[in-house]
Design a protein. Structure first.
Length: 94
């Protein structure tokens, strides 16, 4: 397989899961949460609107897609910081 081919989730040998803490403007937490949930394979298990923190979990079969998704969080209006707090890679045997 060459680098230009796109790997499907079914053909993936790896699966990545990350946990993020997103600090944002408390007044914009509902909009930030909505934007996060629009990112494929992203969940928001908990958030605190009063202090402006959201816990997000992202998954992908491709580390580059996952990195791009994580980077895109910084561009959401109202986001102040994004902290990676967890990363797990599940490698499947060939």
């Amino acid at each position: 397989m060459n680098k230009t081919e796109i790997l499907s989730m079914e053909d993936a040998k790896d699966w990545h899961v990350v946990g993020l803490v997103v600090q944002g403007n408390p007044k914009k937490i509902p909009a930030i949460r909505t934007a996060l949930l629009a990112i494929p394979h992203t969940e928001v298990p908990t958030f605190d609107e009063k202090i402006g923190k959201i816990v997000a979990v992202m998954q992908s079969h491709d580390q580059h897609i996952l990195l791009n998704n994580m980077e895109s969080v910084k561009d959401i209006d109202g986001v102040i910081t994004v902290s990676l707090i967890y990363h797990q890679q599940d490698e499947q045997p060939e």
